[in-house]
Structures are given as C-alpha cells and as structure tokens.
Design a protein around this ligand. Structure first.
Ligand SMILES: O=P(O)(O)OC[C@H]1O[C@H](OP(=O)(O)OP(=O)(O)O)[C@H](O)[C@@H]1O
Ligand SMILES: O=C(O)c1cc(=O)[nH]c(=O)[nH]1
Length: 211
C-alpha cells in the first residue's frame, strides 16, 4: 500500500503544484532563493483534492491531538484549508496574519480565541518554519495552548526541525520534500540531471543561488 506521503506527492505532481526552475530561482518568504517551489494553494481549485487534504488533516488532528478547542490557519495559504478543516470538525476557527492589519481593529489574529483554549495550527507549507512559529507565538501570547501543527508539506530543513523542537510544537505533515522528489523521479516529472542541481541546493539552501 502507498504511504500517505507518496499518495499526496503524486496528487501534487498531477496538478503541477511542484515547480522546478533552476535557471530562474524562486524567492521564498524567508528571502532564500530556491530552484524548487511547491504551490499547495492549487489544491483548492480541485474539489476532490481539496477534500482529500481536508479529510487527511482532520484525521491527523483526531488521531494525534486529543481534545482540541480551536483551529488556527496561518495567513494566507492556510486560511481556506484551515477553515474547511474547522468546519468538518465543527470547531472555532481563527487566522493569524503575518503582520497586524494597519487599519480597522489592527488585529494580528482574526476571530476569537479565549485563554486556555487548546489550539491546533494549520499551515500549508513549512520551509524555515519562521512564518508558522510566529503564528504560534501570537496564539500563545493570547493565553492559548498550541498543542500541535499540521502542514500539508515540509522541506524538512534542519533549521525548521530545530525551531519546532525548541518551540515545543509537534509538527505533522501530509507529505515532504523527500517523498515528492522520489515520486517526481519515478514518474519522469524530473530527471537525474535535475536531482544533481537539487542535491547541490539542499547542501546549503540559505546561501544557494543559480550559478
Ligand atoms: O517556513 P517559512 O520560511 O516561513 O516559509 C513558509 C511560508 O511561506 C509561505 O507563505 P507566503 O508568505 O509565501 O505567502 P502566503 O501564505 O500568503 O501565500 C507558506 O504559505 C508559509 O506560510
Ligand atoms: O518558503 C516559501 O516561501 C515557499 C516555498 C514553497 O515551496 N512554496 C511556497 O508557497 N512558499
């Protein structure tokens, strides 16, 4: 039987959510340059895939986190998926902006949390983990207990693993870079020559730039 990681990797490849562009690198939220990009947002445009992601995230939450009082989505990527999951589980939903809104109520967290709530954070993708853990800090500042995070995809970088460990946030993901790479190669989505470039990038992702 296929693992969830491989199955979801296949689905991401099928909708071309994975992009490889070594000659024209992507700039990430962290400022890092990368030949690789995963656009999870595209899953929202495919109802059966959107449903798959929703059900799998909800299943992880039920299996791993016991009592949960609220779901939080990290803006903007995880707002829609987080709201779908919260709806399925019939739980309150909030989302956390990257910076406070500059007008109106100037909120960082939109929606309502009450101190003591046990919150699971939903993220679409983890690279350095910076965006995700900033959201965790904001929720903790509101007096809530962040009991874990579920993300659709992680690169599995050491810097992120360390940051999640230090922040004491258990992270569960539906798939990851290794699985996507393996399935990409097996299905001919990428070639061996691409893997050489990607391996070079993975050695030092914070400093990599197209040669
Ligand atoms: O782990 P990190 O290094 O913080 O990077 C991952 C973050 O980057 C992306 O968000 P982005 O800010 O690009 O935009 P979006 O969510 O608004 O699409 C993604 O959705 C994560 O939140
Ligand atoms: O780090 C990021 O900004 C990032 C990487 C990636 O592959 N996909 C994405 O949406 N954001």
């Amino acid at each position: 039987m296929k693992t969830l990681e491989k199955l979801f990797a296949e689905k991401l490849l099928k909708i071309k959510a994975i992009k490889l562009q070594p000659a024209n690198p992507f700039t990430w939220a962290s400022g890092w340059k990368s030949p690789f990009y995963c656009d999870n947002r595209k899953t929202l445009s495919y109802p059966s895939l959107r449903n798959f992601v929703k059900i799998e995230i909800a299943r992880v939450i039920l299996e791993r986190f016991g009592q949960v009082d609220a779901i939080a989505g990290v803006a903007t990527g995880a707002i829609p998926q987080g709201a779908l999951v919260a709806d399925l589980l019939n739980l309150p939903f909030v989302y956390v902006r990257s910076t406070p809104k500059e007008h109106g109520l100037e909120n960082l967290i939109e929606g309502e949390l009450r101190p003591g709530m046990r919150v699971v954070v939903i993220e679409d993708l983890v690279s350095t983990g910076g965006s995700s853990l900033k959201a965790v800090e904001a929720i903790r500042r509101d007096g809530c207990d962040v009991i874990g995070m579920v993300a659709a995809f992680t690169y599995g970088f050491a810097v992120a693993d360390k940051a999640f460990k230090e922040a004491k946030v258990p992270l569960v993901t539906l798939t990851n870079y290794e699985s996507v790479l393996e399935v990409s190669l097996k299905t001919g989505y990428i070639q061996e020559s691409d893997v050489e470039i990607l391996d070079e990038w993975r050695k030092s992702p914070a400093d990599w730039d197209a040669k």
